[in-house]
Design a binder for this molecule. Structure first.
Ligand SMILES: [Zn+2]
Length: 201
């Protein structure tokens, strides 16, 4: 099958830039302007206010009650235990920032049963082990903020932070720019940690 030769130069439709102009625009767009780009698509949920509870109750949009009802991928769940689970923090302080939560909607550490306390501790240990396998951190910050005044973002549902640290992982960005630089997307980190999660202690 042959196509008849065209004697007309390629002409874009009305309203479209000419071929020459669009080529020039593309060249201009490809030229660096001296600014680094920081792509943080996961921040969109924060900007749009998604996942914020409307109150302290379990049925008022508590993200730690909702997450376990989703798939691991959608809920960013790393591992599910009998009484507690591990989840990626949607607002990480550092890459690999994991939270350990009881399934039960409770605010205070002292409300955990003995069995919950044991698995809470067990899951903290497994999170450290998985993070060491995946990304070899030099240290960890581990702990809980009980109550809003203590800094808990979601005070109504207890959670333990496990934050991996590397030498030199802090810089001027959080201080001057209120911006944390995170080199890995949450979904990717979740998968790595889920695969490395120890089946038992
Ligand atoms: Zn909850």
């Amino acid at each position: 099958m042959s196509v008849p030769p065209s004697h007309e130069p390629a002409s874009p439709g009305p309203g479209l830039p000419s071929e020459a102009a669009s080529e020039a625009e593309l060249t201009a767009a490809a030229e660096p302007d001296g600014f680094e780009r920081l792509w943080t698509p996961h921040r969109m949920a924060y900007i749009k206010g998604e996942g914020k509870p409307t109150g302290p109750g379990a049925h008022e949009g508590c993200p730690f009650c909702i997450a376990p009802t989703l798939s691991d991928e959608d809920g960013l769940i790393v591992a599910r235990g009998e009484l507690v689970y591990a989840i990626m923090n949607l607002y990480p302080y550092n890459s690999g920032h994991v939270l350990i939560c009881p399934y039960r909607h409770l605010a205070d550490y002292t409300e955990l049963t003995t069995a919950e306390t044991a698995e809470f501790s067990d899951y903290t240990t497994r999170a450290i082990t998985a993070l060491r396998i995946v990304s070899g951190p030099h240290g960890f910050n581990i702990g809980m903020n009980l109550g809003t005044v203590a800094g808990a973002g979601i005070a109504a549902h207890l959670h333990q932070h496990v934050v991996p640290r590397w030498g030199g992982d802090t810089n001027f960005m959080p201080v001057t720019g209120r911006t944390r630089v995170l080199p890995q997307l949450l979904a990717d980190t979740r998968k790595l940690l889920a695969d490395a999660w120890p089946a038992s202690l």
